[in-house]
Design a protein around this ligand. Structure first.
Ligand code: NOJ
Length: 469
């Protein structure tokens, strides 16, 4: 999987005949895996139970001024106690897979050293419940809730000690859950945790580092990914599959001409130099190293590019529309006009074709043979109508258009094997607290009552027909 190829054969294998396929059925491949996704700090709550240690998100959320509605994930959607009910919500959708994350500070309250004997109990219960209901677990090892102890002791991801501690934690988990977990994602959205957590301070741990320090953090995060891949291979059962879950910087041809498509591929490779490019090619690009280069060894690069089994990508929006240009880089990034629309969250600009182009680029640029869409979804205002129903037709519009583009991709031979909708239910949306709701199920956080929105019916019908509704 880590082999580099600028041509994956997609063009030869029918990629370009997509328009023909598109006009045919709207179906997905027979074995396509439909799922939903959540993450530990966003849904679990129970932050002081069974010996869990504090995470950087506990510290950050409890720091005045960091969360827009002054909330925390202390209780969140109380998934820790209500997981049985939540598995039934998945079942009601007909979903066959669930992507959730393990809270590292439940397992190693101090980040490393002695494991908490009760640390995996909750996940064991959850895994048994999923198995009893025929739902396949896809486990993310790190969805941003770093043990606070590692931040205090080593400066978190500013130190490679954290990359090593991550590998030890991954090894511990893989050795114990291997009877039920066949798929792991290492780190969720390296790009956001580096940029928002260490660049602009909007996410935990709230640092605002210099450009060269940021590149060093990014290197340690990529190294942590590679070390965890190796740890899972060494300690998991044979056949355990592993890959990243990245929010790739998405580069979309502004007009789909062959020249713009090539320019978008170039931009995609360059703008993901610190993540997917180094993971899949084992080297940083020259342009990336030209300024503020991180300190690293060739051994590090070999670790970072340890072979993976699939690439997970979170797809929300176009980051850049690209136009071919006669300049050194070969492309221009079109500025977004003020009139470009957005969903409820102002950052979430809808661009459904992102769901076609990002997996296609990943397959073509790096010859990747297996891709999962690890997240896709939108928040909405989600006000109940007079009859009590949440008619979230904005979410349905968004999903329908993105899934149409995903179907365009699969029918053109792009190897996407599954899709995890973000999110199963409303949850703690980081610095936006509970003000941005992404769930298919509405959660009343005062009573913890779950109620399906209209989009839950849309998704249930989509899964049942294995086709865009
Ligand atoms: C990506 C993150 O992985 C997830 O935690 C977050 O809630 C969604 N984006 C929506 O912002």
């Amino acid at each position: 999987m880590s082999t580099l190829s600028s041509r994956s054969g997609l063009a030869q294998s029918g990629q370009e005949s997509g328009s023909q396929n598109r006009s045919a059925a709207k179906g997905f491949p027979n074995d396509f895996l439909w799922g939903t996704a959540t993450s530990s700090y966003q849904v679990e709550g129970a932050v002081n139970e069974d010996g869990r240690g504090p995470s950087i998100w506990d510290r950050f959320a409890h720091t005045p001024g960091m969360i827009s509605d002054r909330s925390t994930g202390d209780i969140a959607a109380d998934h820790f106690h209500r997981y049985k009910e939540d598995v039934q919500l998945m079942k009601a959708l007909g979903a066959k897979a669930y992507r959730f994350s393990i809270a590292w500070p439940r397992v190693f309250p101090e980040g490393s050293g002695s494991p908490n004997p009760k640390g995996l109990d909750f996940y064991n219960r959850l895994l048994d419940e999923l198995a009893a209901n025929g739902i396949e677990p896809f486990v993310t090892l790190y969805h941003w809730d770093l043990p606070q102890a590692l931040q205090d002791r080593h400066g978190g991801w500013t130190s490679r000690e954290t990359s090593k501690a991550f590998a030890d934690y991954a090894a511990y988990v893989a050795a114990r859950l291997g009877d039920r977990v066949k798929h792991y994602f290492t780190i969720n959205e390296c790009s956001r945790l580096v940029h928002l957590g260490h660049g602009i301070g909007a996410d935990a741990p709230g640092l605002k580092l210099s450009p060269s320090e940021i590149k060093q953090v990014r290197h340690h995060v990529a190294l942590g990914h590679g070390l965890a891949v190796q740890a899972i291979r060494a300690h998991g059962r044979a056949g355990t599959r592993v890959g990243p879950a990245e929010n790739a910087v998405s580069c979309i041809p502004a007009v789909e001409t062959p020249a713009n498509v090539r320019a978008a591929e170039k931009a995609m490779r360059e703008l993901n130099a610190g993540y997917l490019t180094v993971m899949l090619e084992g080297k940083y690009t020259d342009a990336y190293l030209a300024q503020d280069a991180p300190k690293y060894t060739t051994g590090d690069l070999r670790i970072i590019s340890s072979p993976i089994d699939f690439v997970g990508i979170n797809v929300y929006m176009p980051d850049h529309y690209v136009v071919a240009a006669d300049n050194e880089r070969g492309f221009t990034l079109a500025p977004f006009p003020a009139s470009f629309p957005h969903m409820k969250a102002t950052w979430l600009r809808p661009g459904p074709e992102t769901m076609y182009w990002v997996p296609r680029h990943v397959a073509k640029i790096w010859n990747v043979k297996s891709i999962y869409i690890t997240e896709n979804g939108t928040s909405g205002s989600d006000q109940p109508a007079a009859d009590g129903t949440i008619y979230d037709v904005d979410r349905i519009m968004y999903l329908r258009n993105y899934l149409t583009q995903l179907q365009r991709a699969t029918s053109a031979g792009v190897p996407v094997h599954g899709y995890f909708l973000w999110s199963l239910m409303d949850n703690f949306e980081w610095s936006d607290g509970y003000e941005q709701r992404f769930g298919l199920y509405h959660v009343d956080f005062a009573t913890q009552r779950r109620t399906p929105k209209l989009s839950a019916s849309f998704y249930r019908e989509t899964i049942a027909r294995n086709a865009v509704m």
